[in-house]
Design a protein around this ligand. Structure first.
Ligand code: DAH
Length: 339
């Protein structure tokens, strides 16, 4: 019996386990009712009386050693990396790469949201257009320089098909489809035949606005544009309207906002003027209303049009227009993550 005890003692000292099942198997093998140690205990009654004391102590020591070893294995298993050594469960998760919104999408959305809160709905129209929607219905004379090959990309000559050079064409589409009151903003891409440089591109983006109803006045236009400027550039922003000319509005104006950088004092961005030009606007010319079948004696309206790149430049101080269309990851990563 003493040999058996010594053998088990040695075995138990060297026990190892890879997982919880192993440990349980060892416990059953040594410590269960039918295990090795219990069967030794059963043999105990055959031990000679004078050896009982010593054997008893040795058996108890064996049982204690087995219990301690199995507990130690359990503890070790619980505290150690027992799942898969190649996985470090304490390591932080990999950061998810979240895409960013394109700055032009951000700014277009901001513009549209502001006007949506003021009651405007959104209208869109095709980029490939006929002469009537881009020029004819907007009161451009046949020999107006904007129709020139220099500005317009012609797709076809007879009948004329062009890439729209402004989103004012969507005004014409809306006036053809809806009856007043009409209150829409029309975001979209436009094309002009210009040499590509830091300051000009052959395509860019505009948001057009149109409001037609009874008794719409220039004061309404000014109020809406002031509200827009304050929401877009901050509550201290001021606006000024300078007389201008567009074939489709009468009177026409260009709107400046107080410089977003120097707040009107004069700096390099506003070239010392304190003001930055951001959009064209005016009262819809009665000839334009009539061309779309709207009675200009009953209805009046205002319109405005702005460049999205221009506003994005002022907000984010992008010096080179080409960055907007080159998809340079370093540039795009600077903008707000997609929500
Ligand atoms: N369509 C003009 C352009 O592309 C911008 C514009 C000016 C639109 C005045 C308007 C407006 O609706 O009233 O330069």
């Amino acid at each position: 019996m003493i040999e058996k005890i010594n053998q088990l003692m040695a075995e138990i000292e060297g026990l190892q386990a890879k997982n919880a099942e192993d440990i349980e198997a060892l416990r059953i093998k040594y410590l269960s009712k039918k295990g090795e140690i219990s069967s030794l205990m059963a043999d105990f009654r055959n031990v000679a009386a004078e050896q009982k004391r010593e054997m008893g102590q040795r058996l108890n020591a064996l049982k204690d050693a087995a219990t301690a070893k199995i507990n130690a294995l359990k503890e070790q298993y619980q505290s150690e990396d027992h799942v898969d050594e190649s996985i470090d469960l304490t390591r932080p998760a990999y950061p998810e790469e979240v895409g960013t919104r394109h700055p032009l999408s951000l700014v277009r959305q901001q513009i549209v949201d502001i006007f949506a809160r003021l009651g405007f709905s959104i209208a869109e129209g095709p980029e490939v257009e006929d002469d009537w929607h881009v020029y004819g219905a907007l009161n451009f004379a046949d020999d107006h320089p904007a129709r020139d090959m220099q500005d317009t990309f012609f797709i076809q000559q007879n009948p004329i098909v062009v890439l729209r050079s402004h989103t004012s064409s969507v005004q014409v589409r809306v006036m053809g489809e809806q009856k007043p009151p009409i209150r829409v903003v029309c975001p979209g891409r436009v094309y002009r035949n210009e040499a590509i440089s830091a300051r000009a591109h052959c395509f860019f983006h505009q948001v057009e606005g149109l409001y037609i109803d009874k008794n719409v006045s220039f004061a309404d236009l000014k109020q809406v544009l002031l509200q827009f400027a304050k929401e877009m550039f901050g509550p201290d922003t001021q606006i000024r309207l300078r007389p201008s000319y567009f074939p489709f509005t009468e009177p026409s104006a260009e709107m400046d906002v107080s410089c977003t950088l120097c707040k009107g004092k004069g700096c390099a961005m506003c070239k010392g003027a304190g003001w930055l030009e951001i959009l064209g606007c005016g009262m819809v010319d009665p000839a334009v209303l009539e061309a779309s079948g709207i009675d200009s004696k009953t209805y009046t309206g205002y319109a405005f049009g702005m460049g999205v790149e221009r506003i994005a430049n002022l907000k984010y101080r992008v010096k080179d227009l080409r960055l907007f269309s080159e998809n340079d990851q370093r540039f795009l990563d600077e903008f707000e993550a997609a929500k």
